[in-house]
Ligand binder design. Structure first.
Ligand code: GDP
Ligand code: MG
Length: 174
């Protein structure tokens, strides 16, 4: 069975949320994934030799624009993976806005969260530098990972594992 952990994957449309979730679950890359599909995947995995029963919610659409649905999602989740594309500055700007909205709904700054900058394989199209993203993540007090869902970087697994470690640390604090 393992410890339960509900993770919501949030971010602007087309940043690669579904590609990252599918890659984490199956170790495969799917080029086209229905952008309107919102689905919760059960996943049993090991984090630091500990069995964990994750539920991963791959959100779809402009979550921010549907306030009720967004609030419900935030309340449901124990932890958050916030994804932007390093090739699209607009999606990067959305991250701190999302983080503030989550903090407000959870009524806490102590929210378990990691940030992913995805699509680093498209280096020639990069609009957001690593150092800049690291500073933003530090402001949000979260870890930052850079990934490519199509190359399958080990950082993808690392991000999912780290967000669980965050939940665990905070459970100890409570
Ligand atoms: P979502 O709307 O955030 O769930 O994004 P999707 O997972 O549906 O991906 C949107 C588009 O970006 C699709 O065409 C994917 O093939 C593509 N994509 C996702 N991740 C990557 C990546 O790491 N590198 C590249 N080059 N394309 C990606
Ligand atoms: Mg999707």
């Amino acid at each position: 069975m393992g410890t339960k952990c509900k993770i919501a994957v949030l971010g602007s449309p087309a940043v690669g949320k579904s590609a990252l979730v599918v890659r984490f679950l199956t170790k495969r890359f799917i080029w086209e994934y229905d952008p309107t599909l919102e689905f919760t995947y059960p996943c049993s995995c090991q984090v630091d030799d500990e069995p964990v029963a994750m539920e991963i919610l791959d959100t779809a659409g402009q979550v921010e624009s549907n306030q009720t649905n967004f609030e419900g999602t935030v309340r449901w989740a124990d932890a958050f993976i916030l994804v932007f594309s390093v090739t699209d500055r607009h999606t990067f700007k959305q991250i701190s806005i999302l983080k503030n909205q989550i903090d407000e709904i959870k009524r806490s700054k102590n929210v378990s969260c990691v940030i992913i900058g995805n699509k680093i394989d498209l280096e020639h199209q990069r609009q957001v530098g690593t150092a800049e993203a690291e500073r933003m993540a530090a402001d949000c007090a979260t870890a930052y990972f850079e990934t490519s869902a199509c190359d399958g970087s080990p950082e993808i697994d690392e991000a999912f594992h780290e967000v669980y470690r965050e939940v665990k640390r905070r459970r100890y604090l409570d």
